[in-house]
Design a protein around this ligand. Structure first.
Ligand code: PLP
Length: 472
């Protein structure tokens, strides 16, 4: 590539109607063919089934980032050519994100470190006295930031989308008094994958003069999320769940509360003019983006949106639904498996399934899937303790040590297993996973496991320390 070959791609596409309706092949992701060693000997292609935690990088995103890297420069500060190119790229990425989240003309798009950071930023910008309403089923990132400075009403776990709407309606009706109110809701549960009725909840919130922020961490990788169509006030999400793992996230939405708030971080970029004893803060997104911006992270998110939109969210969703149906039918055919659900088996969802296996400690099950089958899932309470404990049966003990005997058949499990996938997942990974679950349930683990530093690990691991060729 010549020194001037890198062109800032500022084309802004918000066309989600493309793609075709036949099942598209899995999208190319970096690491698709990585092999991992097994405790039982040999190695196997890694089956990444933990997309809900962090999805692999789209090859397209990596190609875009790699093409840009030689031209990397400081953003908003430098006089040099590459600084200006990088600044253009950062700002055009903001415009791309704005278009892809259906932002209103006067909305702000603030680049953050991720969903947790975005929600903490919004919490820091709430007008004094704001009362926050949040379902107890939320991820901790959406449950906790408000507690520091606002009055929080925890709404009980709804048993259906319709109940979610009526619970919020009743809570807002019962909450007398003036003053600002904010509802925080997830688009898709990180535990059950089930969709919350965001547009209906937004309509209820607005009917009572409240505002609403949508936690789209689990939704944005699977569906187009439009601020305008859903009529939400803000949307937040993370790049690393959107196939763009370069340390950035987004808070997009109404500017007024953000404009009136103290900057989230004090420092360069957020400040316009500074003397020894005074500071004039910047307006707009810059006010809350102090420090050197993460241009690679922002560009990666824009690149991911473009790549997903080019294939078409409908086509991707059709493929994920087909794989989900296969996964869920397979699990349903194993009598020892119980999937965790809030709204019931027929509810709309993204490709996230949590479950327990009767007679098994979930951590040991997940460890065996990894060590004996090369399959990466997640175990635990998924940073949603109130919800998972409720779904497990209301026990609030700490998770059992995985070295302890398994829960006897019929007893409650203390934590769960989560399998999740997305645009890069090939069909055979779902089949391999189902085969492994059946084999473990039927024949038991072939290895022994112990607890080490809170993790369940193989006893006397013949694979040695975890390492990868070329990773220093
Ligand atoms: N909200 C939901 C629904 C999530 O699933 C997660 C992460 O798992 C978060 C928020 C927090 O995201 P991050 O860790 O990227 O800040």
């Amino acid at each position: 590539m010549t020194a001037t070959a890198f062109v800032v791609n500022s084309s802004v596409s918000s066309d989600f109607s493309g793609g075709n309706w036949d099942l598209v092949p899995p999208l190319a992701v970096v690491g698709r063919d990585v092999r991992v060693p097994l405790v039982t000997g040999g190695d196997i292609e890694y089956a990444a089934l933990d997309y809900a935690a962090s999805a692999p990088c789209l090859q397209r995103v990596w190609d875009d980032v790699a093409a840009y890297l030689p031209y990397y420069g400081s953003v908003h500060r430098g006089a040099g050519y590459l600084s200006q190119l990088s600044t253009d790229l950062y700002e055009s990425s903001r415009a791309t994100v704005a278009a892809h989240v259906g932002a209103r003309p006067d909305d702000l798009v603030v680049f953050t470190r991720g969903t947790t950071d975005s929600l903490n930023l919004l919490a820091s910008a709430l007008p004094h006295g704001t009362r926050v309403f949040v379902f107890e089923t939320e991820h901790h990132a959406a449950l906790l930031p408000w507690r520091r400075r606002s009055g929080v009403t925890h709404l009980p776990a709804p048993a259906s989308p319709a109940e979610a709407v009526s619970v919020l309606d009743a809570a807002l009706a019962a909450d007398g008094g003036d003053g600002p109110r904010l509802v925080c809701v997830t688009g898709a549960s990180n535990v059950t994958g089930e969709l919350f009725p965001v547009a209906e909840l937004a309509a209820v919130a607005h009917r009572y003069g409240a505002r609403i922020v949508l936690d789209a961490a689990q939704l944005a990788p699977h569906q187009p999320v439009s601020i305008t169509e859903l009529d939400v006030d803000w949307v937040v999400f993370s790049g690393h769940k959107l196939y763009a793992p370069f340390g950035a996230g987004v808070l997009a939405g109404r500017s007024d509360w953000l404009a009136q708030a103290e900057p989230y971080l004090a420092g360069g970029g957020a400040s316009k003019a500074v003397t020894a004893d005074s500071v004039e803060w910047n307006d707009g997104s810059a006010r809350h983006e102090a420090g050197s911006p993460n241009v690679i992270g922002a560009y990666a998110i824009a690149s991911a949106f473009r790549a997903l939109a080019e294939v078409g969210f409908e086509a991707l969703a059709a493929r994920e639904e087909a794989l989900s149906a296969r996964l869920r039918a397979g699990l349903a055919g194993i009598p020892q498996v119980r999937t965790l659900e809030l709204f019931g088996p027929e509810s709309a969802r993204v490709s996230v399934v949590s479950f327990v296996v009767d007679g098994w400690n979930s951590s040991r099950f997940a460890a065996a899937l990894s060590a004996e089958y090369g399959i990466g899932v997640r175990d635990g309470l998924f940073c949603a303790h109130p919800l998972v404990r409720r779904l497990l049966g209301a026990r609030t003990d700490a998770p059992a040590e995985c070295g302890a005997p398994d829960a006897p058949t019929g007893e409650q499990n203390l934590n769960a297993i989560r399998v999740s996938f997305g645009a890069g997942t090939p069909e055979e990974h779902i089949d391999r996973f189902l085969g492994a679950v059946r084999e473990l349930v039927r024949g038991g683990a072939r290895w022994t496991y112990r607890t080490d530093g809170g993790r369940c690990v193989p006893d006397a691991d013949p694979r040695g320390p975890v390492a990868a060729a070329g990773v220093r």
